[in-house]
Design a protein around this ligand. Structure first.
Ligand code: MG
Length: 302
């Protein structure tokens, strides 16, 4: 018997979901939960109360605590190869990193001398470079940043190398790039476009690109269209399956683009991450809450 919170459209999902596993609500009370990242060192999840302008932390022993308040509208969070928290600051319009002395350092906030729009989500590649999206939500949406003028001509996906300071726009043909992830072998880059959120007729899909070099991708195409809602954030498991947020669920797609099914979530999901000691627990930010469900697959991210 499958838990009633799971809809199966393709039998391949049977190998992914765990019979009897149920969705657990771990925390609530956030204004708008986003950007979870897991730290195995002390079994904790850090995530953003993005519209509440706070950074929160959950662990089985301590439950919920406030890590940063205000957080300058921190959005997506990740960890670098040294285990440091790196994040998108929608308010500071920058990529920031929590240093060992607990201070936050701005790593990059400009491209070609002009301010970034408002970095939204990021991933760290195995070479420790940071790839991030830069839609203008921190400028255009009053509860996601401090406003200001847009200085970049578009909304791009950048590759940033913290070792050299080099920043370069890798993807420049999307409307509102938002979430992003690599395939397990890092040959493919998936990027979601959430323009449909506030642009009538705008895309609400995930695109996939073949990575040619540190600066170039090719053959960008639509991988899947998300309905209802938007593919804000998503993650990839060890087999290349995509787990993406949407309005009613976490939707699961095979590497060939087939929708395998849904994990229904009571609130609109925004982002998710794999965690737990075995990396087989999916942590999901949705609405005011943080949820988790155990799976029979493991995430590829750190
Ligand atoms: Mg996002």
């Amino acid at each position: 018997m499958m838990a009633e919170a799971i809809e199966i459209y393709d039998d391949r999902l049977l190998a992914i979901v765990r019979p009897g596993a149920s969705l657990q609500e771990l925390a609530n009370g956030a204004v708008h939960s986003e950007g979870p990242v897991y730290f195995h060192e002390d079994d904790r999840v850090v995530w953003s109360d993005a519209h509440g302008n706070r950074l929160l932390r959950w662990s089985p022993s301590d439950n919920v605590s406030v890590l940063r308040d205000p957080s300058d509208y921190q959005s997506g969070n990740y960890r670098d190869l040294e285990g440091r928290l790196v994040a998108c600051s929608s308010g500071l319009r920058a990529i920031i990193r929590r240093e060992d002395n607990d201070e936050w350092k701005i790593l990059v906030d400009r491209y070609q001398g002009k301010r970034l729009n408002s970095p939204n989500d990021l991933v760290v590649k195995s070479d420790n470079t940071i790839w991030f999206t830069d839609p203008p939500y921190g400028i255009t949406e009053p509860n996601q940043g401090y406003g200001g003028e847009q200085e970049q001509p578009g909304s791009y996906v950048y590759r940033f190398d913290p070792a050299t300071g080099e920043i370069y726009p890798v993807v420049t043909d999307m409307v509102r790039p938002n979430g992003l992830a690599f395939s397990p072998d890092e040959s493919l880059l998936y990027v979601s476009d959430t323009a449909g959120f506030n642009i009538p007729g705008g895309p609400h899909h995930i695109r996939v690109y073949e990575i040619v070099s540190d600066r170039h991708v090719k053959n960008g195409r639509v991988f899947c269209v998300i309905d209802p809602g938007q593919p804000d954030g998503f993650r990839v498991d060890e087999h290349g399956n995509i787990f993406t947020s949407s309005q009613d669920s976490v939707q699961v797609y095979a590497p060939d683009g087939t929708q395998l099914g849904k994990i229904l979530i009571p609130q609109t999901s925004t982002n998710l991450t794999f965690g737990g000691k075995e990396r087989d627990r999916l942590f999901i930010t949705a609405g005011h809450s943080l949820y988790a469900i155990d799976l029979n697959t493991r995430g590829v991210q750190l």
